[in-house]
Design a protein around this ligand. Sequence first.
Ligand code: ZN
Length: 132
Amino acid sequence: MLREETFSVRTTAREQILLITPDVQRALGAMTKGDGIATIVVPHTTCAISVNENADPDVLDDLTKALRALVPKVKFAHGEGNSDAHFLSMLIGCSLSWPYRGGKLILGTWQGFYFVELDGPRSRKVTVYVNE
Ligand code: ZN
């Protein structure tokens, strides 16, 4: 049976990378104490989800700068003016599949789940699905 838990993320800048490991773990733990593969989804088109280093906060600033620099100098037509955010969202991705055991995410020592805001500030949703 497919189950899901959704939580909100409030961003405060246009580009922002926020640690959400505790939120993902809480959502997962509310649904299962078992083993399996969870799917974590952001149901939006101008943000993304990723896993990266959860140790040195400088990494997040560096990644934000690098993402900004990655946007090509093309003439975007989209009237909302946020095609750069759509582009980066497509590159990074809007979902992850991740293993868990005993209801706990299996993460490497330095890994954390990150919500990647690309067109904030906004209120966003993240949904964790399990199929047990
Ligand atoms: Zn748009």
